[in-house]
Design a protein around this ligand. Structure first.
Ligand code: ZN
Length: 215
């Protein structure tokens, strides 16, 4: 069950603060090593929860994970603007988990700062196979060259898409037309516009993100 929840958090931004709160307090399921394991797993998934990153000017610039956000806070690079109702416990302290953080120094964000990488392509395509339209965990997706490399297709934002193994095998060394496949949408570079759309998509579930994203 925990694993399922983690999947939906990671790939669809479907998470509820209530669920995260219940996760760390471990209210359900009484003692025993099984519930201890469950607790650790839930804590791990809490550390993966999305955190909205604001520039010093309050402009939303990125989404990161709780783990990374807490490192930035500890380094004094960022401060929490909104908090989760959950805590993580170290040996001596309980730390409130951030939901929104803000960088203390202004950072210039170039218009196209996203590197062409597998991770960013999966993010752009929202872990959705661009041929069958199904959502998969990252481990079950590959990158497909829309125009195959053997036919001169390049490794570029416009020619690489997220693709499940099944569709990838079916397509083989052919163009989508030849294989009778249709792209869900035309692949585009990952722009600031794309990141903002993504932030809104994820932020829809979190009240605390709203005032920074919908204006
Ligand atoms: Zn597919």
């Amino acid at each position: 069950m925990g694993a399922n929840r983690q999947k939906s958090v990671d790939f669809r931004g479907r998470y509820t603060p209530e669920a995260a709160g219940a996760a760390v307090s471990g209210a359900e399921d009484p003692a025993g090593s099984r519930s201890h394991n469950l607790l650790l797993r839930r804590r791990a998934s809490l550390m993966q929860e999305p955190v909205l990153v604001l520039n010093a000017t309050y402009e939303p610039i990125n989404v990161t994970a709780v783990r990374r956000a807490m490192v930035l806070m500890l380094k004094g690079v960022a401060q929490a603007e909104e908090l989760h109702n959950s805590e993580v416990h170290s040996a001596s302290h309980a730390h409130r988990v951030p939901s929104v953080i803000r960088l203390l120094a202004y950072r210039h964000i170039p218009q196209q700062s996203r590197a062409l990488s597998r991770k960013n392509i999966l993010l752009r395509d929202r872990n959705t196979c661009q041929f069958c339209g199904n959502v998969f965990p990252s481990s079950e997706l590959t990158l497909d060259h829309v125009v195959p490399r053997s036919r001169g297709g390049r490794s570029s934002w416009e020619n690489l898409v997220a693709c499940c193994y099944r569709c990838n095998n079916g397509k083989g060394d052919r163009t989508p037309e030849e294989a009778g496949l249709k792209l869900a949408r035309r692949p585009r570079p990952f722009t600031l516009h794309t990141s903002r759309q993504l932030m809104r998509l994820i932020g829809h579930r979190d009240e605390r993100w709203r005032k920074y994203l919908f204006y």
